[in-house]
Write a protein that binds this ligand. Structure first.
Ligand code: ADP
Ligand code: SF4
Length: 699
């Protein structure tokens, strides 16, 4: 039997090829125990959920990362990024919140870093109602009817004082690294560097030397304030990937690093904006920033950190040996697997839960809710549910479990129940494990998503208490005969064909025609003819990707959506602009703000969201991407006949994942994990997790 102990074994040692990753690195006055560096990353919890944030960061320290950073930390009410939830260090009252994190990180032998931020014109100060101030008279990229005014010399002096005071508070809170942040188009020092934002005519504008002045002053201020015990890293975006309007690594990017080369204690370099820095696997490979940042180490003797969704220790070693990086920066790989360094150190590469590059983690920031991760269902649940990514309670009974369906939900449920020590049988109708991941990872750009399956299958395989049955479509009789105590229905879902979804509450007239398809049909290889209309009322990736797939096969394709743009929810995953660009560039027409009103033999009627005006378009094939329906026939067959169920000895039948309510792959993994955690455990449905409550201020 394989139990939780297996996950924490220390009886294996690492491959000597990876020794270099475990060398200590001196960063100014502090020393990192190895080269694994969790760079700043948002999490949707921040100052509103300090215990959750501390526990999440501490988990990574426990998992072997040498440096653990906060996300952006506001230094003053004039840089209030509400409603986004980041860290806050406006005054001394914020210190205890952050000290909770540093204490927790230090307890596991890691260093704690803080990324001080002042966002200039990119904050609307919605909560503080202070007037934003910026390098010049500017408006932010959000559409608030708010403008920022150009900072006077006095404002610059105030800003420098606030930054210095925040650095001192950070030191009091126990931080070992205090950042000067000039990255992502979201920080005042970067706005000063930028020719397109900085139109000043004083000593802070004009020449590059002048535009660098503020960044230089901040580094010096911060070192003077806290540099005796704290390292002062600089985070700089060396290329904005927008051409000559922005910083270009081969030009000003190099010049800036050259001018400041030895001043900071560490260079944390990347590309901006955030969508370039955290590019999804659909649009960028592991290590995709290398060409932009490779020059940095030639200009400085200080340690250099960079990111690239690194999950492979060989790729990491290559970065170090080829002189690209000194430390392996990671946000997403540390989210998907907080124990990545430990697993490399202990020679357990097969246990690494590799990030799939989907950016579900990023959606926590955009939706202002606690972070979640497709691969790591415990992410964000460390404090409020006491979930540990590598530990799970041993089984509390001898119950035998049957899991029906081996998609993300069924696989994760099986994996986690197997770890608990339960005897589990997993039955899958098809000849492959993975469910929707098998099919979806074959869609354009989604191959990395197969890691959801690969990790779980790899974990389940050695478990002697888990039996896997492929090619086993189970019916109610089969399940009753099997003799399990608990049956878990993880049978997934299918796309509905009738057009019902967000925009239509009744079937679209004509949707019963033979030329109406669903994404399931297209994925299964349906041979359609063009012109094709993809009706996207789902708004995540599927509509756009089906359009892309059909176009790649040479069809004339138009995407129709009631939303304002294609795949609109992917704004939350930093992908929407890339998807829209790819669709347009590949010749796919996009008709936004329209509903599908009716389907005819060779045309469709589209109605404008606002005027209801109907227009006709030629259409030989229509692909309905609206919503999915649970595959719950087996569940209903079993539970409708309660007496036969009771006679069979089955104690419970439970739906998980898409079989209950279709959602993201992340939601399916979470659902499977949750079932496994809660089996035979006391569960309070009324208070399923701890909450962090605001304190009452005094009157
Ligand atoms: P989820 O995301 O909830 O895990 P998926 O659709 O990815 O859902 O996976 C569901 C899996 O269940 C598919 O691999 C499918 O073949 C399998 N399945 C569906 N019905 C049955 C059944 N009656 N018996 C065994 N396997 C089934
Ligand atoms: Fe990686 Fe996706 Fe997890 Fe983010 S949510 S860490 S991109 S697997």
């Amino acid at each position: 039997m394989v139990s939780a102990a297996r996950l924490l074994r220390h009886d294996v040692s690492r491959d000597p090829r990876y020794d270099i990753l475990f060398e200590p690195v001196k960063i100014g006055p502090v020393t990192a125990r190895n080269r694994f560096y969790q760079v700043p990353h948002c999490n949707g919890m921040g100052h509103l959920h300090p215990s959750s944030t501390a526990a999440m960061r501490a988990m990574k320290a426990e998992g072997g990362w040498a440096v653990i950073c906060t996300e952006e930390c506001e230094i003053h009410p004039t840089t209030d990024v509400s409603p986004f939830v980041e860290e806050r260090l406006w005054d001394d009252s914020d210190i205890p919140h952050l000290a909770r994190m540093t204490d927790a990180v230090h307890a596991h032998g890691a260093l704690a870093g803080i990324e001080l931020v002042f966002q200039g014109h990119e904050t609307a100060n919605r909560y503080s109602r202070d007037v934003p101030m910026a390098v010049s008279n500017l408006v932010g990229s959000a559409y608030d009817p708010v403008q920022a005014y150009a900072m006077s010399k006095r404002d610059i002096a105030d800003f420098r004082r606030w930054h210095r005071d925040a650095a001192i508070r950070a030191k009091q809170a126990g931080f070992d690294l205090v950042y000067v942040y000039a990255g992502h188009n979201l920080s005042l020092p970067m706005h000063f560097l930028s020719r397109r934002f900085n139109d000043r005519s004083d000593e802070y504008g004009g020449s590059l030397e002048n535009r660098v002045r503020l960044l230089k002053e901040l580094i010096i201020d911060t070192k003077e304030a806290v540099g005796d015990t704290c390292a002062v890293p600089v985070r700089l975006s060396v290329d904005e990937i927008i051409g000559p309007d922005g910083i270009v690594s081969a030009e000003e990017g190099q010049d800036i690093i050259g001018m400041l080369a030895e001043l900071p204690d560490l260079w944390d370099v990347n590309v901006s904006d955030w969508s370039n820095d955290s590019v999804t696997s659909r649009f960028g490979e592991e290590g995709s920033q290398e060409d932009y940042i490779v020059f940095v180490k030639t200009l400085t003797s200080k340690p250099v950190v960079g990111v690239g969704r690194f999950t492979s220790p060989d790729a990491m070693v290559s970065q170090i040996k080829r002189g690209v990086l000194d430390m392996i920066g990671a946000a997403r790989p540390s989210i998907a697997d907080p124990f990545l360094p430990k697993k490399i150190e202990e020679g357990r590469l097969e246990d690494i839960r590799e990030c799939i590059g989907c950016n579900i983690c990023v959606t926590g920031d955009f939706t202002k809710t606690p972070i979640r991760c497709t691969q790591n269902p415990t992410m964000g649940e460390e404090w409020r549910k006491d979930w540990h990514p590598e530990k799970i309670a041993p089984r509390k009974s001898d119950a035998r479990i049957l899991v029906v369906g081996a998609g993300p939900a069924g696989l994760e449920c099986t994996r986690a129940l197997g770890n608990r020590g339960y005897d589990v049988a997993l039955a899958e109708a098809s000849t492959e494990l993975g469910g929707r991941v098998v099919h979806e990872s074959r869609l354009p750009g989604l191959s990395a998503w197969s890691r959801v399956r690969d990790y779980r299958v790899g974990q389940i395989q050695p478990m002697t208490n888990v039996e896997v049955y492929l090619d086993s479509q189970l019916h109610a009789d089969d399940v009753r005969e099997f003799g399990a105590d608990h049956v878990i229905i993880a049978t997934g879902s299918h796309w509905r064909r009738d057009g019902i979804g967000r925009a239509n509450f009744k079937p679209v007239p004509g949707s019963d025609g033979d030329h109406v398809y669903t994404p399931d049909d297209i994925i299964s290889g349906a041979d359609i003819v063009g012109p094709a209309i993809v009706f996207d009322d789902d708004h995540y990736y599927m509509g756009g990707i089906i359009a892309e797939l059909l176009r790649s096969k040479g069809h004339d394709v138009t995407l129709v959506t009631p939303a304002a743009d294609a795949s609109t929810w992917t704004h939350n995953t930093l992908e929407q602009h890339r998807i829209q660009k790819r669709l347009l560039e590949s010749g796919i027409g996009i008709i936004p703000l329209h509903n599908l009103a009716a389907i005819h033999a060779d045309s469709v009627e589209l109605s404008c969201n606002y005027s209801n005006r109907v227009t006709k378009r030629p259409a030989a094939s229509i692909i309905m991407t609206t919503m999915r329906l649970p595959n719950d026939a087996l569940y209903r067959d079993l539970t409708n006949d309660k007496r036969t169920l009771a006679d069979s000895g089955i104690k419970s039948v439970t739906r998980i994942g898409d079989a209950l309510a279709p959602a993201s792959i992340a939601a399916s993994v979470y659902s499977g994990h949750r079932y496994a955690r809660e089996l035979d455990e006391p569960v309070d449905r009324d208070a399923p997790f701890k909450r962090e409550l605001s304190t009452l201020g005094s009157f």
